[in-house]
Write a protein that binds this ligand. Structure first.
Ligand code: HEC
Ligand code: HEC
Ligand code: HEC
Ligand code: HEC
Length: 226
């Protein structure tokens, strides 16, 4: 049985999706179905197309499913009484995209084995793919503006926190600013001023122990109280 079949069986047993512990992926507005990273690659790979795919493929996210086959993963799993992490909901829900999502919401092109893919952060890409493909088929068309309903593209601790949280057996404190630096894949063709970049990189996450934002905030508050 493949992973997706397994996912849908597991899901069908749970009548109330809200009670399912395996649903970290449902916070996005409708964008159609999940299409998988290989589909995004068609339009977002190579220097002339912004290189987002190539960049992602070198991050830990692309290896998140593979990681579940490592000795370390097996050791972690054993302590929790889990035999095969690559087959356990308790691990897959954060190590692959769209785990626990209804099968109807997932296109055949989607491969869970590709790990934590684009759509974990950008939301399902089918509507975006269709729209941009239609425009590409009509040369000379002025590209229409991309809205968050079509494809979600902004930093948010809520997005990362679906997986980077204390439910993870190997949890490490998470600082949005610091971690975003490691995975940033801005399109070099989009010219941004230093000011625009600074604004983009400023995080609006909660106070962070890791980067010292908590200390800064506390210091500011103390100053304000005086
Ligand atoms: C048929 C081609 C096509 C496919 C497939 C495609 N995109 Fe895009 N995408 C575009 C075009 C064209 C743009 C606008 C120009 C650009 O940024 O390259 C765009 C822009 C974006 C943006 C920037 C949005 C913004 O607000 O500026 C994101 C994020 C994005 N795509 C993500 C994805 C993801 C994730 C997938 C796969 C689920 C995907 N794309 C699949 C063509 C495509
Ligand atoms: C669907 C779950 C999921 C989401 C959403 C997610 N991550 Fe991750 N992330 C993981 C997993 C799992 C790993 C570990 C992969 C491995 O080691 O194989 C990881 C690893 C990482 C790493 C590599 C570890 C390191 O610090 O060097 C960074 C950086 C990272 N994530 C940043 C982010 C940021 C920033 C966001 C939000 C914009 C985010 N992640 C959203 C699951 C997720
Ligand atoms: C709540 C989400 C979540 C769950 C559930 C989860 N993981 Fe992870 N896992 C992560 C994230 C996020 C990372 C990246 C850690 C970081 O850099 O902060 C990670 C990293 C890892 C790593 C690499 C850690 C390292 O230090 O090298 C292993 C191994 C791992 N997970 C195994 C498992 C196993 C086995 C299970 C199931 C028993 C599991 N995970 C369940 C989110 C999760
Ligand atoms: C861990 C979360 C995460 C993953 C995985 C991810 N992205 Fe992104 N991506 C973001 C965020 C957040 C932004 C918004 C820009 C920023 O804050 O740096 C972004 C921005 C973009 C942009 C717009 C770049 C620009 O200059 O405006 C494109 C295009 C894009 N991503 C495509 C992809 C594709 C294609 C994949 C998969 C191959 C992917 N992303 C994987 C989080 C992610």
């Amino acid at each position: 049985m493949n992973l997706l079949a397994l996912a849908s069986v597991g899901c069908g047993l749970l009548l109330l999706p809200l009670l399912s512990p395996s649903q970290p992926e449902t916070t996005f507005p409708a964008g159609g179905r999940y299409i998988g990273a290989a589909m995004c690659k068609n339009c977002h790979n190579g220097a002339d197309k912004g290189d987002a795919y190539d960049h992602w493929s070198k991050t830990e996210h692309a290896k998140a499913f593979e990681t579940l086959a490592s000795d370390k993963a097996k050791e972690v799993a054993k302590q929790l009484g889990i035999e095969d992490p690559q087959k356990s909901e308790k691990c897959l829900k954060c190590h692959v995209t769209a785990y626990g999502v209804d099968k109807k919401e997932i296109k055949a092109s989607f491969k869970a084995e590709m790990g934590v893919q684009c759509e974990s952060c950008h939301g399902p890409g089918e509507d975006h793919q269709k729209k941009r493909f239609a425009e590409a088929m009509k040369p000379g068309t002025t590209p229409s503006e991309i809205t968050a309903d079509e494809i979600h593209a902004s930093r948010s601790i809520d997005t990362c926190g679906k997986c980077h949280n204390k439910e993870s057996p190997t949890y490490k404190p998470f600082c949005l600013k610091e971690r975003m630096q490691k995975i940033e894949h801005l399109d070099p063709r989009k010219k941004r001023t230093d000011e625009e970049l600074a604004k983009l990189r400023a995080t609006d996450g909660p106070d962070c122990e890791v980067c010292g934002a908590t200390k800064d905030a506390a210091a500011k508050k103390e100053g304000a109280d005086k």
